[in-house]
Ligand binder design. Structure first.
Ligand SMILES: O=C(O)C(=O)C[C@]1(C(=O)O)C=C[C@@H](O)C=C1
Length: 383
Protein backbone atom coordinates (compact mmCIF):
# COMPACT_ATOMS: atom_id res chain seq x y z
CA UNK A 1 0.00 0.00 0.00
CA UNK A 2 1.12 3.57 -0.67
CA UNK A 3 1.75 5.96 2.24
CA UNK A 4 -1.31 8.05 1.35
CA UNK A 5 -3.54 4.99 1.21
CA UNK A 6 -2.32 3.75 4.60
CA UNK A 7 -2.88 7.19 6.10
CA UNK A 8 -6.41 7.30 4.77
CA UNK A 9 -7.08 3.99 6.49
CA UNK A 10 -5.56 5.26 9.72
CA UNK A 11 -7.77 8.37 9.56
CA UNK A 12 -10.83 6.20 8.95
CA UNK A 13 -9.94 3.98 11.89
CA UNK A 14 -9.50 7.02 14.16
CA UNK A 15 -12.91 8.33 13.12
CA UNK A 16 -14.45 4.96 13.96
CA UNK A 17 -12.72 5.00 17.35
CA UNK A 18 -14.16 8.46 18.04
CA UNK A 19 -17.64 7.36 16.99
CA UNK A 20 -17.37 4.38 19.34
CA UNK A 21 -16.18 6.61 22.20
CA UNK A 22 -19.15 8.93 21.60
CA UNK A 23 -21.48 5.92 21.66
CA UNK A 24 -19.86 4.72 24.91
CA UNK A 25 -20.41 8.15 26.46
CA UNK A 26 -24.10 8.05 25.58
CA UNK A 27 -24.41 4.59 27.15
CA UNK A 28 -22.69 5.83 30.32
CA UNK A 29 -25.17 8.71 30.54
CA UNK A 30 -28.04 6.23 30.21
CA UNK A 31 -26.47 4.20 33.04
CA UNK A 32 -26.44 7.35 35.19
CA UNK A 33 -30.21 7.69 34.93
CA UNK A 34 -30.76 3.99 35.64
CA UNK A 35 -28.58 4.27 38.74
CA UNK A 36 -30.41 7.33 39.99
CA UNK A 37 -33.68 5.48 39.67
CA UNK A 38 -32.24 2.55 41.67
CA UNK A 39 -30.49 4.73 44.27
CA UNK A 40 -27.06 3.38 43.38
CA UNK A 41 -23.78 5.30 43.50
CA UNK A 42 -22.30 6.41 40.17
CA UNK A 43 -19.00 4.74 40.79
CA UNK A 44 -18.90 0.96 40.80
CA UNK A 45 -15.28 -0.07 41.29
CA UNK A 46 -16.09 -3.78 41.11
CA UNK A 47 -17.64 -3.38 37.68
CA UNK A 48 -14.64 -1.31 36.58
CA UNK A 49 -12.21 -3.98 37.77
CA UNK A 50 -14.10 -6.75 35.99
CA UNK A 51 -14.21 -4.71 32.79
CA UNK A 52 -10.52 -3.87 32.94
CA UNK A 53 -9.47 -7.46 33.64
CA UNK A 54 -11.50 -8.73 30.72
CA UNK A 55 -10.14 -6.00 28.45
CA UNK A 56 -6.57 -6.83 29.44
CA UNK A 57 -7.24 -10.48 28.64
CA UNK A 58 -8.79 -9.60 25.31
CA UNK A 59 -5.95 -7.17 24.58
CA UNK A 60 -3.46 -10.05 24.90
CA UNK A 61 -5.18 -11.92 22.06
CA UNK A 62 -4.83 -8.78 19.91
CA UNK A 63 -1.22 -8.16 20.87
CA UNK A 64 -2.08 -5.02 22.83
CA UNK A 65 -0.15 -4.90 26.08
CA UNK A 66 -1.82 -4.57 29.48
CA UNK A 67 -0.24 -1.18 30.24
CA UNK A 68 -1.61 0.37 27.07
CA UNK A 69 -5.08 -1.02 27.76
CA UNK A 70 -4.94 0.22 31.35
CA UNK A 71 -3.86 3.75 30.35
CA UNK A 72 -6.63 4.06 27.78
CA UNK A 73 -9.13 2.63 30.21
CA UNK A 74 -8.29 5.18 32.93
CA UNK A 75 -8.95 8.04 30.54
CA UNK A 76 -12.24 6.51 29.38
CA UNK A 77 -13.50 5.76 32.89
CA UNK A 78 -12.55 9.19 34.20
CA UNK A 79 -14.50 10.78 31.38
CA UNK A 80 -17.43 8.43 31.93
CA UNK A 81 -17.65 9.20 35.65
CA UNK A 82 -17.25 12.97 35.17
CA UNK A 83 -19.90 13.03 32.42
CA UNK A 84 -22.32 11.15 34.63
CA UNK A 85 -21.63 13.38 37.63
CA UNK A 86 -22.05 16.57 35.59
CA UNK A 87 -25.34 15.35 34.18
CA UNK A 88 -26.78 14.35 37.54
CA UNK A 89 -25.64 17.55 39.21
CA UNK A 90 -27.14 19.58 36.37
CA UNK A 91 -30.49 17.84 36.73
CA UNK A 92 -30.57 18.10 40.52
CA UNK A 93 -29.74 21.80 40.59
CA UNK A 94 -31.51 22.86 37.38
CA UNK A 95 -28.21 23.98 35.95
CA UNK A 96 -28.82 22.91 32.36
CA UNK A 97 -28.12 26.19 30.67
CA UNK A 98 -27.11 26.80 27.09
CA UNK A 99 -24.88 29.79 27.73
CA UNK A 100 -22.80 30.48 30.83
CA UNK A 101 -20.60 33.48 31.57
CA UNK A 102 -17.37 32.46 33.27
CA UNK A 103 -14.79 34.76 34.85
CA UNK A 104 -11.18 33.58 35.16
CA UNK A 105 -7.65 34.93 35.42
CA UNK A 106 -6.07 36.19 32.21
CA UNK A 107 -7.27 35.78 28.66
CA UNK A 108 -7.30 32.93 26.19
CA UNK A 109 -4.41 30.55 26.81
CA UNK A 110 -3.97 31.12 30.56
CA UNK A 111 -4.10 28.00 32.74
CA UNK A 112 -7.37 29.22 34.27
CA UNK A 113 -8.79 29.57 30.75
CA UNK A 114 -8.07 25.87 30.05
CA UNK A 115 -9.48 24.88 33.44
CA UNK A 116 -12.70 26.80 32.68
CA UNK A 117 -12.94 25.13 29.26
CA UNK A 118 -12.39 21.70 30.81
CA UNK A 119 -15.02 22.15 33.52
CA UNK A 120 -17.75 23.76 31.43
CA UNK A 121 -17.39 21.69 28.30
CA UNK A 122 -19.45 19.03 30.14
CA UNK A 123 -21.96 21.57 31.41
CA UNK A 124 -22.80 24.21 28.85
CA UNK A 125 -23.31 24.56 25.11
CA UNK A 126 -21.56 27.89 24.98
CA UNK A 127 -19.14 29.77 27.22
CA UNK A 128 -18.90 33.52 27.39
CA UNK A 129 -15.32 34.02 28.55
CA UNK A 130 -14.72 36.92 30.91
CA UNK A 131 -10.97 37.16 31.36
CA UNK A 132 -9.93 39.30 34.37
CA UNK A 133 -6.66 40.86 35.57
CA UNK A 134 -6.90 39.86 39.23
CA UNK A 135 -8.53 37.33 41.57
CA UNK A 136 -10.39 40.22 43.19
CA UNK A 137 -11.94 41.26 39.85
CA UNK A 138 -12.96 37.67 39.12
CA UNK A 139 -14.86 37.33 42.40
CA UNK A 140 -16.34 40.80 42.01
CA UNK A 141 -17.70 40.02 38.55
CA UNK A 142 -19.70 37.07 39.92
CA UNK A 143 -20.82 39.03 43.00
CA UNK A 144 -22.17 41.82 40.81
CA UNK A 145 -23.88 39.45 38.38
CA UNK A 146 -21.62 40.15 35.40
CA UNK A 147 -20.55 36.52 35.42
CA UNK A 148 -22.42 33.35 36.45
CA UNK A 149 -19.33 31.50 37.64
CA UNK A 150 -15.70 32.09 38.55
CA UNK A 151 -12.90 29.57 38.15
CA UNK A 152 -10.12 30.17 40.69
CA UNK A 153 -6.88 28.26 41.32
CA UNK A 154 -6.70 27.33 45.00
CA UNK A 155 -3.64 25.10 45.35
CA UNK A 156 -0.78 23.62 43.41
CA UNK A 157 1.39 20.58 44.07
CA UNK A 158 4.60 22.64 43.70
CA UNK A 159 3.79 26.05 45.16
CA UNK A 160 1.08 25.07 47.68
CA UNK A 161 -1.96 27.12 48.61
CA UNK A 162 -2.86 30.30 46.77
CA UNK A 163 -3.30 32.60 49.74
CA UNK A 164 -4.94 35.45 47.87
CA UNK A 165 -7.81 33.18 46.82
CA UNK A 166 -8.21 31.80 50.36
CA UNK A 167 -8.41 35.34 51.69
CA UNK A 168 -11.05 36.34 49.15
CA UNK A 169 -13.19 33.35 50.16
CA UNK A 170 -13.26 34.62 53.74
CA UNK A 171 -15.09 37.78 52.72
CA UNK A 172 -17.34 36.76 49.86
CA UNK A 173 -20.92 35.48 49.92
CA UNK A 174 -20.27 33.30 46.91
CA UNK A 175 -20.38 29.52 47.29
CA UNK A 176 -18.02 26.84 46.06
CA UNK A 177 -20.07 24.74 43.62
CA UNK A 178 -17.39 22.65 41.95
CA UNK A 179 -13.74 21.69 41.76
CA UNK A 180 -11.35 20.29 39.21
CA UNK A 181 -7.69 19.45 38.92
CA UNK A 182 -5.64 20.33 35.89
CA UNK A 183 -2.05 19.28 35.07
CA UNK A 184 0.23 22.27 34.69
CA UNK A 185 3.12 21.63 32.30
CA UNK A 186 5.32 24.72 32.22
CA UNK A 187 7.40 25.38 29.09
CA UNK A 188 9.71 28.20 28.12
CA UNK A 189 8.13 29.83 25.07
CA UNK A 190 9.52 32.39 22.68
CA UNK A 191 9.57 33.72 19.14
CA UNK A 192 10.70 31.40 16.37
CA UNK A 193 14.25 32.77 16.16
CA UNK A 194 14.93 32.75 19.93
CA UNK A 195 18.41 31.61 20.92
CA UNK A 196 18.32 30.12 24.44
CA UNK A 197 21.78 31.47 25.29
CA UNK A 198 20.68 35.07 24.49
CA UNK A 199 17.63 35.29 26.74
CA UNK A 200 17.50 38.52 28.78
CA UNK A 201 14.00 38.53 30.23
CA UNK A 202 11.46 35.92 31.35
CA UNK A 203 7.79 36.96 31.71
CA UNK A 204 5.52 34.90 33.97
CA UNK A 205 2.78 35.00 36.60
CA UNK A 206 4.08 35.04 40.23
CA UNK A 207 2.60 31.57 40.91
CA UNK A 208 4.38 30.21 37.86
CA UNK A 209 7.62 31.86 38.98
CA UNK A 210 7.26 30.13 42.37
CA UNK A 211 6.59 26.76 40.72
CA UNK A 212 9.67 27.09 38.46
CA UNK A 213 12.00 28.69 41.03
CA UNK A 214 14.73 26.07 40.64
CA UNK A 215 14.86 26.47 36.86
CA UNK A 216 14.90 30.28 37.17
CA UNK A 217 17.73 30.22 39.72
CA UNK A 218 19.84 28.43 37.11
CA UNK A 219 19.49 31.33 34.62
CA UNK A 220 22.26 33.90 35.03
CA UNK A 221 21.69 37.59 34.14
CA UNK A 222 18.06 37.14 33.25
CA UNK A 223 15.43 39.58 34.49
CA UNK A 224 12.19 38.00 35.75
CA UNK A 225 9.15 40.10 34.83
CA UNK A 226 6.01 39.54 36.93
CA UNK A 227 2.81 39.41 34.85
CA UNK A 228 -0.91 39.46 35.73
CA UNK A 229 -1.47 36.06 34.12
CA UNK A 230 0.17 33.53 31.85
CA UNK A 231 -1.73 34.90 28.87
CA UNK A 232 -0.45 38.39 29.77
CA UNK A 233 3.10 36.95 29.64
CA UNK A 234 2.40 35.45 26.20
CA UNK A 235 1.02 38.67 24.77
CA UNK A 236 4.00 40.69 26.04
CA UNK A 237 6.41 38.37 24.24
CA UNK A 238 4.31 38.52 21.09
CA UNK A 239 4.00 42.31 21.20
CA UNK A 240 7.66 43.04 21.92
CA UNK A 241 8.87 40.88 19.01
CA UNK A 242 12.23 40.72 20.78
CA UNK A 243 13.81 37.23 20.65
CA UNK A 244 15.60 37.82 23.96
CA UNK A 245 12.26 37.99 25.80
CA UNK A 246 10.47 34.71 26.63
CA UNK A 247 7.45 33.57 28.64
CA UNK A 248 6.66 30.60 30.87
CA UNK A 249 3.33 28.89 30.31
CA UNK A 250 1.57 25.94 28.75
CA UNK A 251 2.30 24.78 25.21
CA UNK A 252 -1.32 24.98 24.01
CA UNK A 253 -1.63 28.52 25.39
CA UNK A 254 1.64 29.66 23.79
CA UNK A 255 0.45 28.20 20.50
CA UNK A 256 -2.50 30.62 20.50
CA UNK A 257 0.05 33.47 20.48
CA UNK A 258 2.29 31.87 17.85
CA UNK A 259 5.06 31.11 20.38
CA UNK A 260 7.44 28.15 20.09
CA UNK A 261 8.45 25.75 22.88
CA UNK A 262 12.12 26.22 23.78
CA UNK A 263 12.31 23.93 26.86
CA UNK A 264 9.79 21.76 28.69
CA UNK A 265 9.21 20.49 32.24
CA UNK A 266 10.30 23.62 34.11
CA UNK A 267 8.33 23.02 37.32
CA UNK A 268 10.16 22.11 40.54
CA UNK A 269 7.99 18.99 40.86
CA UNK A 270 7.44 16.51 38.07
CA UNK A 271 3.75 16.04 38.91
CA UNK A 272 2.71 19.67 38.78
CA UNK A 273 -1.05 19.83 39.17
CA UNK A 274 -3.32 22.72 40.17
CA UNK A 275 -6.65 22.40 41.87
CA UNK A 276 -9.30 24.92 40.86
CA UNK A 277 -12.59 25.75 42.53
CA UNK A 278 -15.71 26.97 40.78
CA UNK A 279 -17.78 29.55 42.65
CA UNK A 280 -21.26 30.95 42.05
CA UNK A 281 -23.84 33.13 43.80
CA UNK A 282 -26.10 30.19 44.68
CA UNK A 283 -24.92 27.04 46.49
CA UNK A 284 -25.61 23.63 44.95
CA UNK A 285 -26.71 20.33 46.42
CA UNK A 286 -24.73 17.21 45.68
CA UNK A 287 -26.61 14.05 44.74
CA UNK A 288 -26.15 11.13 47.11
CA UNK A 289 -24.87 9.03 44.20
CA UNK A 290 -21.78 11.25 43.90
CA UNK A 291 -18.85 11.60 46.34
CA UNK A 292 -19.02 15.10 47.80
CA UNK A 293 -16.65 17.50 49.49
CA UNK A 294 -17.66 20.27 51.87
CA UNK A 295 -15.48 23.30 52.61
CA UNK A 296 -16.00 25.42 55.72
CA UNK A 297 -14.05 28.07 57.58
CA UNK A 298 -13.89 28.39 61.36
CA UNK A 299 -12.32 30.56 63.97
CA UNK A 300 -11.71 28.49 67.08
CA UNK A 301 -10.28 31.13 69.39
CA UNK A 302 -6.84 30.73 70.92
CA UNK A 303 -7.52 28.67 74.04
CA UNK A 304 -5.20 25.64 74.38
CA UNK A 305 -6.33 22.64 72.31
CA UNK A 306 -9.07 24.57 70.51
CA UNK A 307 -8.14 23.24 67.07
CA UNK A 308 -7.68 19.69 68.39
CA UNK A 309 -11.16 19.82 69.94
CA UNK A 310 -12.66 20.97 66.66
CA UNK A 311 -10.92 18.25 64.68
CA UNK A 312 -12.00 15.64 67.23
CA UNK A 313 -15.60 16.49 66.37
CA UNK A 314 -14.90 15.44 62.79
CA UNK A 315 -13.22 12.26 63.99
CA UNK A 316 -16.13 11.39 66.28
CA UNK A 317 -18.50 11.60 63.31
CA UNK A 318 -16.23 9.56 61.04
CA UNK A 319 -15.58 12.48 58.72
CA UNK A 320 -12.23 12.48 56.87
CA UNK A 321 -10.42 15.68 56.19
CA UNK A 322 -9.07 16.40 52.71
CA UNK A 323 -7.23 19.60 53.60
CA UNK A 324 -6.60 22.00 56.48
CA UNK A 325 -5.27 25.48 55.82
CA UNK A 326 -4.90 28.53 58.03
CA UNK A 327 -4.86 32.21 57.12
CA UNK A 328 -4.41 35.33 59.26
CA UNK A 329 -7.55 37.25 60.22
CA UNK A 330 -7.40 40.82 58.98
CA UNK A 331 -7.26 43.24 61.91
CA UNK A 332 -6.59 40.50 64.52
CA UNK A 333 -2.82 39.98 64.52
CA UNK A 334 -1.66 36.39 65.20
CA UNK A 335 -5.19 35.00 65.03
CA UNK A 336 -5.96 32.43 62.39
CA UNK A 337 -8.98 31.41 60.34
CA UNK A 338 -8.98 27.68 59.54
CA UNK A 339 -10.18 26.40 56.17
CA UNK A 340 -11.31 22.79 56.26
CA UNK A 341 -12.11 20.55 53.27
CA UNK A 342 -13.85 17.30 54.24
CA UNK A 343 -15.03 14.29 52.28
CA UNK A 344 -18.69 14.65 53.20
CA UNK A 345 -22.02 15.81 51.85
CA UNK A 346 -23.48 18.79 53.68
CA UNK A 347 -26.80 16.90 53.84
CA UNK A 348 -25.29 13.81 55.49
CA UNK A 349 -26.55 13.22 59.00
CA UNK A 350 -22.96 12.98 60.33
CA UNK A 351 -21.98 16.28 58.71
CA UNK A 352 -25.06 18.09 60.00
CA UNK A 353 -24.35 16.86 63.53
CA UNK A 354 -20.66 17.72 63.29
CA UNK A 355 -21.48 21.27 62.17
CA UNK A 356 -23.98 21.69 65.02
CA UNK A 357 -21.31 20.67 67.52
CA UNK A 358 -18.64 22.83 65.89
CA UNK A 359 -21.04 25.73 66.06
CA UNK A 360 -21.10 25.39 69.84
CA UNK A 361 -17.34 25.20 70.38
CA UNK A 362 -16.06 27.69 67.77
CA UNK A 363 -16.40 31.46 67.73
CA UNK A 364 -17.26 31.62 64.05
CA UNK A 365 -18.07 29.04 61.42
CA UNK A 366 -19.28 29.38 57.83
CA UNK A 367 -19.84 26.77 55.13
CA UNK A 368 -18.25 27.88 51.86
CA UNK A 369 -19.89 25.16 49.81
CA UNK A 370 -20.62 21.52 49.12
CA UNK A 371 -19.64 20.22 45.69
CA UNK A 372 -19.01 17.05 43.69
CA UNK A 373 -15.52 15.67 44.19
CA UNK A 374 -13.80 15.41 40.82
CA UNK A 375 -10.90 13.40 42.15
CA UNK A 376 -11.37 10.23 40.11
CA UNK A 377 -9.03 7.57 41.47
CA UNK A 378 -7.88 5.23 38.69
CA UNK A 379 -9.40 1.74 38.70
CA UNK A 380 -7.29 -0.60 40.81
CA UNK A 381 -6.74 -4.06 39.44
CA UNK A 382 -6.07 -6.57 42.17
CA UNK A 383 -3.28 -8.82 40.88
O1 LIG B 1 -21.52 0.40 34.46
C1 LIG B 1 -21.66 1.36 35.20
O2 LIG B 1 -22.15 1.25 36.32
C2 LIG B 1 -21.24 2.69 34.78
O3 LIG B 1 -21.52 3.67 35.43
C3 LIG B 1 -20.36 2.81 33.59
C4 LIG B 1 -18.90 2.80 33.99
C5 LIG B 1 -18.15 2.74 32.64
O4 LIG B 1 -17.96 3.77 32.02
O5 LIG B 1 -17.86 1.63 32.19
C6 LIG B 1 -18.57 4.06 34.69
C7 LIG B 1 -18.50 4.16 36.05
C8 LIG B 1 -18.63 3.00 36.93
O6 LIG B 1 -17.73 3.07 37.98
C9 LIG B 1 -18.52 1.71 36.21
C10 LIG B 1 -18.58 1.64 34.83
Amino acid sequence: MQLDQIRTEISDTDQQLLALLAKRRQLALAVANAKLAQNKPIRDQKREQELLISLIEHGKTLNIDAQYVTRLYHVIIEDSVLQQQAKIQGQLNNLDRDIVRVAFLGGQGSYSYWAAQKYFTRRAEQLIELGCDSFHDIVHSVETGHADYAVLPIENTSSGSINEVYDLLQHTRLSIVGELTHPIAHCLLGLEDTDLSKIRQVCAHPQVIAQCSQFLQGLANVKVEYCDSTSDAFSRVKQLQDPSVVAIGGEAGGDLYGLQVLTRELANQKDNVSRFIVVARKPVQVAKAIPAKTTFIMYTGQQPGALVDALLVLKQHGISMAKLESRPINGNPWEEMFYVDVFANLNDYAMTRALEELNKITRFIKVLGCYASEDIEPTQVIA
